[in-house]
Ligand binder design. Sequence first.
Ligand SMILES: [Zn+2]
Ligand SMILES: [Zn+2]
Length: 276
Amino acid sequence: MSTIVKKLYKIVNETVFPPKCLVCRSFIPAPEGDYNGFPGQADLSLSVQIQVERLLSKYLCRNCIGGLVAVDSPLCSCCGLPFESRQGIDHRCGDCSASPKKFRMARAPLVYERIFTEVIHCYKYKGKIQLARPLGELLLTAFRLFWDKDSIDVVVPVPLHLKRLRKRGFNQAYLLIRNWQTIAGQVPLDLSDLQIERDVLSRNVATAPQTGLGRRQRAENIKDAFELLDETKIIDKRILLVDDVYTTGATVDECARLLLDHGAAHVDVLSLARAV
Ligand SMILES: [Zn+2]
Ligand SMILES: [Zn+2]
């Protein structure tokens, strides 16, 4: 399609089917121009809240965007839990002090509250697979905000059990990182040293859903559920594990244990949302 035809198509499409907010279904005014919200290097000084607003403005109305909650300091320096008190500096939370985690640090851009939960549900369960792109951009933005890109060698998604993978048709964590190199190429941002590896871990035990389980039950439920498929990809490597939601951290901690037992240098964790 020529550029003019594409533009006409876009205008007609948006007039006949104006975009609706994923959460509250109100109409969203079309953004002006072909605005790409993915931040350039200079934009990284802007807050997480502004990054989120730019990346999700095509999918959520202003009201719903305003209801999203960014994860902000002070937070747990290990598991990334934002503290209720908005005073003070980052430090280890009680849980991480009492039972140290195998991973080094976990971070997420947004709190798993009502609106973002709905967005993630649209992506995972309601067929809005096109959200993989903006959510992947959000995740890459968070990676750049929380890590020096040269401090990670390999990015590994938390795997799904084959049964669940067949039912859903995709691994939500892998789809979020699959296009990182392409997205980075548009900024441009050099991620050529970063390996994105889908086939490092597999999930061999179809664990019962973790929802509704307490911390100890979750850890018990997930124990030995994973298997390492290819040791050569992780030996002496600095790993970033990726998942959609961090709840108690039992899943990623079990993956981290396995990776470290087989020689990974260290394991960090990035997710879209952090349950509080
Ligand atoms: Zn809305
Ligand atoms: Zn913690």
